[in-house]
Design a protein around this ligand. Structure first.
Ligand SMILES: [Mg+2]
Length: 190
């Protein structure tokens, strides 16, 4: 009966819909493992990147050399980048300046408005934009809500985090195994 109903309304059953909200195109153990050439080949032109535990550890202003090198390589593959974080401009400014890229602070992920604003500010197109982040419940969920593809990254370190992130991680545990089981690891399905 519910199948008939969903056919009639053209909607997916809610369980499937829920699953779709947590569907990164790939999972990588670190940013440096992602080949910019692959991103270009997949048609992406704009990358939105989470900050804490994606490009550096929580509240850290240092960047690992391999992360800086990775960003430096993006230009030759026609890829532009923008930091997209719920954190403050004070947190992002120094990192963005060092990488020579733009940033969008207080994005209020997982709400889709911040993602859309970032795409617009960068003059990008949603279908050419990829979100990269370490949290299912913020980075990946928000990207889906904004109609963007996403890549899930392993958090750099869980040693110290914002207290709400700790709550998110507890909830994330309910989904993460299922998500990882159907997501390519350290490569893209090209
Ligand atoms: Mg993060």
């Amino acid at each position: 009966m519910s199948g008939t109903l969903s056919e009639a309304t053209g909607r997916r059953p809610s369980s499937q819909k829920g699953v779709r909200l947590f569907r990164p195109i790939a999972y990588f153990e670190s940013l440096a493992l992602i080949k910019p050439a692959d991103l270009q080949a997949l048609g992406y032109r704009l990358l939105l990147l989470d900050v804490d535990n994606t490009i550096t550890t929580w509240n850290n202003q240092q960047l690992a050399p391999e992360v800086e090198r990775w960003f430096a390589r993006l230009l030759q593959y026609n890829l532009r980048a923008c930091l997209l974080s719920n954190n403050s401009a004070e947190r992002l400014q120094g990192l963005a300046d060092r990488l020579g890229i733009a940033f969008c602070a207080k994005a209020r992920k997982p709400l889709p408005a911040g993602y859309r604003r970032a795409v617009q500010q960068m003059g990008g197109r949603p279908e050419h934009t990829l979100m990269l982040g370490d949290q299912l419940l913020t980075d990946i969920l928000g990207a889906s809500l904004a109609g963007l593809d996403s890549v899930l990254l392993r958090p750099i370190s869980l040693a110290q985090e914002f207290r709400w992130t700790y709550v998110n991680r507890r909830i994330e545990k309910l989904f993460i195994k299922g998500v990882l089981a159907r997501t390519p690891h350290n490569h893209f399905n090209m």
